[in-house]
Design a protein around this ligand. Structure first.
Ligand SMILES: CC(C)(COP(=O)(O)OP(=O)(O)OC[C@H]1O[C@@H](n2cnc3c(N)ncnc32)[C@H](O)[C@@H]1OP(=O)(O)O)[C@@H](O)C(=O)NCCC(=O)NCCS
Length: 165
C-alpha cells in the first residue's frame, strides 16, 4: 500500500515536510512514550509523561496519543472527552502535551492541537479548552496563543484558553 503523503508543516520561519501522525498507546510505542520529557523532577510546566499515562489508566475519558514524526515517537498529547462534566472547561480539551526537546519549534505541537481539534469535530464538539501555567518561566502560553487559543479566564491559578474548532 502506498504511504500517505507527508504532512507539510508551515510556520512563520519554516516549511517542513514530515510524516506526522498520532496513534494510541501500544505495547510497541509505550517505552518510547515513557522516555519523553518531562521526567520526574524536571522543571517543565506539565506533569511527567508517566504520570499522564497512569492517569489515563484510571480515567476512562482520557484520550492519550503518541505523536510520531518520521516513524519516531516525538511527543505525547492527552485530550479528555467528558461531555457530562459539570465544569465546562473540563468537557473537551487538551489535558497534557509535550514534544521532545530537540524536536520543538518544528510544528509538531501545532499538529497535535489540530489532531485534537479534528477529534473534537468527529465527536460533534465545537470548542476545546486548555489550562496553562502563565507564570512558569517555560510557559507554553506563546505556543497556545499562536495555535489560536483565546484566553477566556483563570481556573485553579492557571490560564484557561479556548479554541473554536
Ligand atoms: C509547548 C510545546 C508542546 C510546543 O510544541 P512545539 O512542537 O515546539 O510547537 P510548534 O513548533 O508546533 O509551535 C507552533 C507555534 O507556536 C510557537 N511557539 C512554540 N513554543 C513557543 C513558546 N514557548 N513561546 C512562544 N511561541 C512558541 C512556534 O514558534 C510556532 O509559531 P509559528 O506558527 O508562528 O511559527 C513544547 O514546547 C513542549 O513540549 N513544552 C514543554 C511541555 C509544555 O509546556 N506542554 C504544554 C503544557 S499543557
Amino acid at each position: 500500500m502506498r504511504d500517505p503523503a507527508p504532512t507539510i508543516v508551515r510556520g512563520a520561519g519554516y516549511v517542513l515536510a514530515m510524516d506526522l501522525r498520532i496513534e494510541p498507546l501500544t505495547r510497541d510505542n509505550l517505552d518510547d512514550v515513557l522516555r519523553l520529557p518531562p521526567q520526574a523532577g524536571d522543571d517543565e510546566p506539565v506533569a511527567p509523561t508517566a504520570w499522564s499515562v497512569a492517569e489515563a489508566y484510571v480515567q476512562p475519558t482520557a484520550w492519550p496519543r503518541a505523536i510520531i514524526a518520521d516513524g519516531t515517537v516525538t511527543g505525547f498529547v492527552m485530550a479528555n472527552w467528558s461531555p457530562e462534566e459539570s465544569e465546562p472547561a473540563f468537557r473537551a480539551g487538551i489535558w497534557r502535551m509535550n514534544v521532545a526537546e530537540d524536536a520543538r519549534r518544528r510544528g509538531i505541537g501545532r499538529f497535535a492541537v489540530e489532531q485534537v481539534a479534528a477529534e473534537a469535530r468527529r465527536r460533534g464538539v465545537d470548542r476545546i479548552t486548555v489550562l496553562w501555567d502563565a507564570g512558569h518561566p517555560r510557559s507554553p502560553e506563546g505556543f497556545y496563543l499562536r495555535c489560536g487559543f483565546l484566553p477566556i479566564g483563570e481556573l485553579f491559578g492557571q490560564r484557561l484558553g479556548e479554541l473554536i474548532v
